[in-house]
Design a protein around this ligand. Sequence first.
Ligand code: NI
Length: 174
Amino acid sequence: MAIRTILKMGEPLLLQEASLVSPTSIATDEIQLIIQDLLDTMTAANGAGLAAPQIGVPLQIVVFGFEKNNRYPNEAPVPQTILINPIITPLSDEKVSGWEGCLSVPGLRGVVPRFVHIRYQGFDQHGHSIDRQVSGFHARVVQHECDHLIGKLYPMRVEDFTQFGFTEVLFPDL
Ligand code: NI
């Protein structure tokens, strides 16, 4: 296992589009090691999710999920998921605003509008298909993580900058 350095906003790699993973390469040691490093790094940082570009790997791999998360103590659990080559389809136009943070943007939080209901598809770590319809915080986490694969960080989605600031000021208990 390896805990990797998480790149911070300002790093050009975080603004790049990530490449598709060849489905036949999912079982290789190289990809399996990246997945393990993502999980180890996310766990060590108490993250709700992490995308491969955040550890310097420009591939379409994200991990997310938690039973209980100290960074988001009021949110319902999200199943631990490894998602490769994701495709997101909004299931309605409805959006909801909610607080987000990001391990690549440490110390800050902002309110971001996201689709309430989405379908997401992709492959898991075994190369099996994932096809889920989700809503709420689960849908928010998936949209946030998949944004990393198109070079988008959540501050680029903030619409009201009166709702963007330092975690220690906004949420002193976190
Ligand atoms: Ni993030």
